[in-house]
Write a protein that binds this ligand. Sequence first.
Ligand code: ZN
Length: 220
Amino acid sequence: MSTTSIEELFVHNREWAQQMERDRPGFFTGLMAQQKPRYMWIGCSDSRVPANQITGLEPGEVFVHRNVANVVVPSDLNCLSTIQYSVDQLKVEHLMVVGHYGCGGVLAALEDARVGLADNWIRHVKDVRDKHGVLLESLSPQWRHDALCELNAIEQVINVAQSTVMRDAWARGQKVTLHGWCYSLSNGLITDLQMTVPGVGGLAEVHAQAVALVASRQRD
Ligand SMILES: [Zn+2]
């Protein structure tokens, strides 16, 4: 467990800034001019899932939105605003929804655990659980949590795809591809859930194939 103090955070920050400037003179002033990320990441707030480090991306390379259990709710102005800005203004080319195995929010939804105010948020993951109840029940208990982490990421990709922002972007011919991924805390590797959506059309087929892969991946 880290014992880093607040003062040490500032020390680390100064060391990092100096190191960056030594290695890449003009790095910060270059970024001041503009940000031009190619990627947007929607992930869980979990401290063990940092978007940049996992993917080797530097400041300026990925636009990030995180919340408990990486949920995309059609009425969540916070999430929708970040998607809108990244797609309409920054012109990101890829948007990935990244779940992670061992997600506490997903487990709470799976087990109907009470965690407090967040229960209301996790309700959205319970909708995913209920939608795929038959599939989850068919799996042995040790795979259900992993499967729901994957299914949740897949369903959130659907929510992004059906948002007005994406529909408008694709209608005007903008190239943005959506992806559903799941990150492993135990080995640091990302699994591509094959929930890849390059535009309108074919969403139901891609979804059905991705869900079928969840079932085949969680074998005993
Ligand atoms: Zn999580």
